[in-house]
Design a protein around this ligand. Structure first.
Ligand code: ADP
Ligand code: GLC
Length: 491
């Protein structure tokens, strides 16, 4: 039985539309919350992939004008999720990436596309769809951020608002001149509201106006309050420290399950880890690497961006040769990094393999076949690939930042002796420290007993949504109770 009704507003959700970890979270959290007594319905933009998948849709908000043309809201199920879908073809009926046009650049009307999502989210939150009245609205990143403002400046009684920051690097800032077109009153453009250094800040609005702020790891929650990692919002986040907390992500234990993974050639689990090398052989073949079971095979599954620090790894090919290591990379993103990667694979046949693009099946095959997964991020709010690596028995080699710091136990002598190590960490994120981490990983590889024990610890770590969902459920329940009291007193 659910006693709390939550409305999630988000711009992507696995398996319908995904550009990164945000979609994984939005796709898995509702199911995990349901087990904690929270019923979550997700409002998504009506991208073609979403409307196509929608089953038994009913219209719950009739067409009305929205950013220049009529739009309506459908309710139904798709991809295992209970959905509200904002059917607004003029805003979302575009193929491909949800944010970028075919030229790889942000759509120019993104402020309107996502303000529209937030505005409709606010309508649903106010109970404008018959029979639906959420207790809590859960915002994710800048794309839904303006909902906090629509809810605050309307004046009607509103549910509690939780804003979750998945990545402070994307803030959704737009010229102040857009304000009237966004349907916000002039007083919203203040330092307490949406104003941010003379611009309109969608994420800033959420951080200023939400009742609670969460981010996706405790370490990131602390980091973003510092000038070094606060990306200009650290002052506001320090001010709001009393309502800011870090809740680690999990991974969907059904989607990421080496014992039951349709993408891999040989299923296995912690008790049948001896079967795993068949996946390594398949991966070596797929990436054109030498079929050497003894070579340490490093894997990467990542967006190629400055955040992820992969340029440092691409500076380290000589070291990899010295260590006798192989590298298989699946990634896409910044053209300069894609080119470097392609050139390296060409220059080092049999040693470095690259697949440039986005491919779900290959992501699973790398997790199942690589001996280690390298994540040298400069910052990482949570990170999901290290969690998948733990589950799949690949050693995470990670920078000690954000969620990578919180989820991996470094295989130093003490941790090895205590039997708690799960990976290798390094800090700061520099080429030198990455090199020493790779050397440490290679030494561990040469000590099969210590390696196997570390892998086993990783595989036995609970990286599911069970615990995080319980934390969100408590947060939602507390807020709903608190708002309930406020409702009987004033607004
Ligand atoms: P971020 O959201 O910053 O990109 P996360 O580690 O939180 O990083 O999540 C990344 C998600 O996207 C993971 O599910 C990962 O497997 C997936 N992913 C990243 N790059 C690719 C790719 N090129 N092909 C397939 N999946 C990818
Ligand atoms: C962001 C972050 C990543 C996090 C993901 C899901 O994309 O970069 O660290 O895991 O969101 O919360």
């Amino acid at each position: 039985m659910s006693d709390v009704e939550a409305l999630a507003i988000v711009s992507e959700a696995y398996p319908l539309v995904k550009t990164g970890g945000l979609a994984d979270v939005a796709g898995a959290l509702p199911g995990a919350l349901a087990r904690e007594g929270v019923r979550a319905t997700t409002l998504l933009p009506g991208y073609p992939a979403v409307t196509r998948a929608l089953e038994r849709a009913e219209e719950i908000l009739a067409p009305s004008p929205l950013m220049g043309a009529p739009a309506r809201v459908l309710r139904g199920r798709a991809g295992g999720l209970d959905l509200f879908v904002l059917d607004a073809p003029h805003l979302y009926d575009r193929p491909g990436n949800p944010y970028l046009g075919p030229d790889g650049r942000d759509y120019e009307d993104n402020p309107f596309r996502f303000a529209a999502l937030a505005q409709v989210g606010a309508k649903l939150a106010f109970g404008e769809a018959a029979g639906y009245a959420p207790d809590v609205v859960h915002l994710h990143d800048w794309q839904s951020g303006l909902a906090a403002a629509y809810l605050r400046y309307d004046g009607r009684r509103r549910p509690g608002v939780v804003a979750t920051v998945h990545n402070l690097a994307f803030q959704g800032q737009f010229p102040a001149a857009l304000l009237p077109g966004l349907g916000l009153p002039p007083q919203a453009f203040s330092i307490e509201g949406v104003e941010y250094y003379g611009m309109i800040g969608f994420l800033k609005a959420a951080l200023a106006l939400a009742d609670r702020i969460t981010t996706v790891s405790p370490t990131y929650a602390a980091e973003i309050r510092t000038p070094e990692h606060g990306m200009g919002l650290d002052g506001l986040l320090r001010q709001r420290a009393d309502v800011l907390s870090g809740v680690l992500n999990g991974v969907d234990a059904d989607v990421w399950d080496p014992a039951n993974d349709p993408f891999i050639v040989q299923p296995y689990d912690v008790d049948s880890i001896g079967l795993r090398p068949a996946n390594k052989a398949a991966l070596q073949e797929k990436f054109g690497l030498e079929p050497d079971p003894g070579a340490l095979l490093l894997g990467v599954v990542s967006r190629l961006s400055w955040q992820k620090g992969l340029d440092l790894l691409f500076d380290s090919f000589d070291l990899l040769d010295r260590l006798g290591a192989q590298l298989a990379v699946l990634g896409s993103g910044e053209p300069a990094l894609e080119q470097r990667l392609a050139a390296a694979a060409e220059a080092r046949p049999g040693r470095v393999g690259a697949l440039i693009g986005y491919d779900e099946a290959t992501a699973h095959r790398i997790q199942a076949g690589a001996d280690a997964i390298v994540i040298p991020s400069r910052f990482e709010p949570c990170g999901l690939t290290q969690l998948c690596a733990l589950r799949y028995g690949a050693l995470p080699i990670v920078a000690r930042v954000g969620g990578l710091a919180d989820t991996i136990v470094d295989a130093n002598e003490m941790a090895l002796a205590a039997g708690v190590a799960t990976g290798v960490q390094f800090s700061p994120t520099t080429r030198e420290m990455l090199a020493s981490a790779l050397e440490r990983a290679a030494r561990l590889w040469d000590d099969p007993q210590a390696w196997d024990a570390t892998i086993q610890n990783g595989m036995l770590t609970d990286v599911s949504w069970r615990r995080p969902a319980a934390v969100y459920a408590r947060l939602f329940r507390d807020l709903a109770r608190e708002r309930g009291q406020i409702r009987t007193q004033s607004t």
